[in-house]
Design a binder for this molecule. Sequence first.
Ligand code: NCD
Length: 295
Amino acid sequence: MRHFITTDDLTNNEIINIFSDAEKFLKGEERGNELSKKSVMTLFFENSTRTRSSFEMALKRLGSRVINLDISKSSASKGETLLDTALNLKSIGADALIVRHSDAGVTYKLAQHLNSKSSVINAGDGSFAHPTQAMLDLFTIMKYFPDPQGKKIAIVGDIKNSRVANSNIKLLPRFGINITLVAPPHFLPKTDLKISHSLKKVIDEVDIIMSLRTQTERHNQQVYASLKDYARDFCITEELIGQKDIILMHPGPVNRNIDISDGLMNDPRSKVLEQVENGVAVRMAILKYLLAGKK
Ligand code: NCD
């Protein structure tokens, strides 16, 4: 059974093939029905707007039955372990479990235990990984830079606590993209990548900016005086990027005027909603690849 826990689970060739399928889904050239005999359950132990509805839309477009487990009404609130919940859902007949959880590594452990029948797909675990988001980010980048080799991206913000950043840091260099991490010192992980504490210093060098939300829910203590102070140095604004020919990305949810200014959200260089649109097509292609044809 094929699981999808980190982007390392797919080779570059597999990713390219998935992207060419996603492109067909995006253009509406292919309306899949490949998962018509499948039943997939989503288990979101953390809040989600985009990822959950994007997976649901992707599954429905592929003809799958979808059950969204309402965690607040599930037996998790009665003390059942996540593993026991998952084993029960497998017995009910889930071909795949799409899981989001606040603990890093949870989806990996589940995948080991559910090895035989149900695929586990990581929809974001703690600050560890969010592989489908990194895939849709790379897909979006390649729409503007079909050969991304040598392109430069600044990943800006709370990188240390961001699973989106972590997955992109692993995936993008495999396609030749050079990363600079831009953040205050307390938001930087230990890394061999190029780092900067100043957006202004890197802005002239980059082709792509990926802004991130400050993950306050993962901070044990307040690490800066206020989000306003943070925004003064790290918000992406019209003033900062001027007329530069760049693309601006963000995985959402965007904190306006902290991550990205209001004005830039409406700028054609902002690809935030395009990322969301691409996300459905990329997830369709991933789900088809992992699940179609499997008993
Ligand atoms: C992110 C997440 O939940 O990891 N959002 C998303 O899935 N598109 C980023 C975030 O919460 O800041």
